[in-house]
Design a protein around this ligand. Structure first.
Ligand SMILES: Cc1cc2nc3c(=O)[nH]c(=O)nc-3n(C[C@H](O)[C@H](O)[C@H](O)COP(=O)(O)OP(=O)(O)OC[C@H]3O[C@@H](n4cnc5c(N)ncnc54)[C@H](O)[C@@H]3O)c2cc1C
Length: 414
């Protein structure tokens, strides 16, 4: 008998689940609340500028990205490894001198941290090179801040480099995030590059979608709840399915999980049009956390179309505040001038993203596929299952597809 498989959510995890199910011979159906694919990975076009819904990057060393994405077709722009750090009215460029020897002197002699911190960066890079991703996620877990202190990085280096850099990645500046995530992301940065497709991050889910040949995607179709094998839609319709993959936060649509709502970390990204790029290198600009500013980072994304008249500036905020959009734009404009000496031509758009990364009590790399099964008919996918990253979202999609295949055939695929 032909089994019906339904996926709720066309984010990265739902799309990879569909790809994997097709590879195993199934024809799933996706219901997506939005009018396009991508979930948290989406982009808009405004006046020739491609605006990602929140600043984010793909790390080319992610094993799952290497498996599911065609990097060449994505036309990737790679950031140089390092960052401009703004401190006390001065700008310092620090980077990974192993990858780019031209960064050796600026890194060693920068006034960010002390020499022993820079040597410890080499030591940490070496340590993590010898540690597999599996070992990282099986290893001990503490808060990143405690891990850095135990590694004996100076307080100064933590405040001036790790807090703004990893705070911008974890979307929390105290570095309470799991040290496993820190080791994983650090390893991914040192073994690959941070990249953005020339046409914006939306190209990633678009490319995944282009691989689907037998999957039907229903857009603008919001699911209200799932009970047993019945899917209840917001418009009052219902449908039954043998296997239902919930590839989004499950507590919102599965009544028995209502009490287990995940915590989320949020961010805001503001885009401005500027007449010039002030950084010689394609890197992000960070403000040391002791400056206590609203802005976490700035960068000049290259994702612009030929009809754009000027350049694009993206500004990321991770600090909590109560400002209205108008006051936020005014405050950010003031800090851009004061710290970076940037005077934008005009403000383009602000994205408020309260649900950017899940707050998880533990970070996992993987689980046994059977652990994705919640009830007889309901299976779970999404980054919330493992850790907040594109790599985890993709992997969860693969796991859930394998779990359903095993349920149907009794055969486990490797
Ligand atoms: C601002 C920001 C920065 C980030 N930075 C990085 C980074 O630099 N590197 C990195 O690796 N990761 C980063 N991430 C995390 C990464 O984007 C996510 O881990 C990944 O996109 C999660 O994919 P997902 O499929 O699990 O969930 P989602 O993308 O949330 O997909 C869920 C989908 O389900 C749909 N949906 C929800 N409810 C319903 C419903 N009731 N009915 C029908 N459809 C529904 C949604 O519309 C959505 O399309 C960032 C995320 C954000 C937002």
């Amino acid at each position: 008998m032909k089994q019906s498989i339904t996926i709720i959510g066309a984010g990265v995890s739902g799309l990879v689940a569909a790809i994997q199910l097709e590879l195993l011979g199934y024809e799933p159906t996706i219901f997506e609340a939005n009018e396009k694919v991508g979930g948290r990975v989406r982009s808009d076009v405004q006046d020739g500028y491609i605006l990602d819904h929140g600043f984010q990057v793909l790390l080319s060393a992610y094993p799952q990205a290497q498996k599911y994405l065609d990097f060449n077709a994505l036309d990737l722009d790679a950031f140089e490894s390092g960052a401009y750090i703004f401190k006390g009215g001065k700008q310092f460029c620090i980077g990974d001198p192993i990858k780019d020897t031209s960064l050796l002197f600026s890194t060693i002699f920068s006034k960010i941290g002390v020499l022993s911190d820079k040597l410890k960066i080499f030591k940490l890079t070496r340590k993590l090179k010898n540690k597999t991703i599996e070992q990282i996620f099986e290893g001990e877990e503490s808060r990143t801040i405690d891990y850095l202190k135990a590694f004996e990085f100076s307080e100064q280096f933590i405040v001036e480099f790790f807090k703004p850099f990893f705070g911008g990645i974890f979307l929390e500046s105290e570095l309470n995030t799991s040290s496993r995530m820190f080791e994983f992301i650090f390893k991914m940065f040192s073994e690959g590059k941070a990249v953005i497709p020339r046409k914006g991050m939306q190209e990633i889910p678009n490319q995944l979608t282009s691989k689907l040949k037998a999957t039907k995607i229903n857009f603008s179709t919001k699911v209200e709840k799932v009970v047993g094998d019945i899917i209840y839609f917001s418009n009052g319709d219902t449908e039954t399915s043998n296997f239902i993959i919930v590839a989004t936060e499950a507590s919102k649509i599965i009544p028995q999980l209502a009490g287990t709502k995940a915590g989320w970390k949020g961010t805001q990204t503001l885009y401005f049009e500027v007449d010039q790029i002030d950084f010689n290198r394609y890197m992000i600009g960070l403000i040391t956390s002791e400056e206590n500013r609203l802005i976490n980072s700035v960068c000049y994304p290259k994702s612009i179309l030929s009809n754009a008249k000027h350049k694009l500036l993206s500004v990321s905020i991770i600090k909590q505040h109560q400002l209205t959009h108008q006051d936020l734009i005014a405050k950010v404009t003031e800090e851009l001038k004061l710290i970076f000496d940037i005077t934008p031509i005009r403000f383009l758009k602000v994205y408020d993203i309260p649900y950017a990364l899940p707050e998880l009590s533990t970070a996992k790399m993987t689980v046994h596929p059977s652990e994705t099964q919640l009830t007889e008919h309901i299976f779970l996918a999404g980054d919330t299952l493992l850790n907040g990253s594109l790599n985890a979202a993709m992997h969860s999609g693969e796991l859930v597809a394998k779990a359903i295949h095993e349920k149907i055939t009794g055969t486990m695929v490797s």
